[in-house]
Write a protein that binds this ligand. Structure first.
Ligand code: FES
Length: 92
C-alpha cells in the first residue's frame, strides 16, 4: 500500500491506492482545512508535494482552473497511486 508522510507533522501511514490525500490526512489526525467538504471548489485544502508528484493522480479541472501550480495540489482531488511526502500548505 502507498505510504503517506506529512513531513511537517512527523506523521506517516499507509493507505489503499485511490484514497484522497484529504481523507488520508483526516485519518492521520493532520488538520487540513476543507471548507467545501472536498468538492474541489474552495481551494483551502492545498498541500505541498515534497516528493512523489507522479505518485498522485493528475491534477483535475478544478485544480487547473484555479491555476494551482506544482508543488501544490488540492488534497481533496489528489488520489494516491504510490508513496508521497507532503506538507500542509500555508494559505495567505
Ligand atoms: S476541500 Fe475544498 S477544494 Fe478541497
Amino acid at each position: 500500500m502507498p505510504r503517506v508522510i506529512f513531513v511537517d507533522e512527523g506523521k506517516s501511514a499507509e493507505f489503499p491506492t485511490g484514497k484522497t490525500l484529504l481523507s488520508c490526512a483526516g485519518e492521520m489526525g493532520v488538520r487540513v482545512s476543507h471548507v467545501c467538504g472536498g468538492d474541489g471548489a474552495c481551494g483551502t485544502c492545498r498541500i505541498e508535494v515534497v516528493e512523489g508528484w507522479d505518485n498522485l493522480t493528475p491534477p483535475t479541472p478544478d485544480e487547473t482552473y484555479k491555476e494551482l501550480d506544482p508543488p501544490y495540489r488540492l488534497s481533496c482531488q489528489a488520489k494516491l497511486k504510490g508513496d508521497v511526502i507532503v506538507k500542509v500548505a500555508k494559505i495567505d
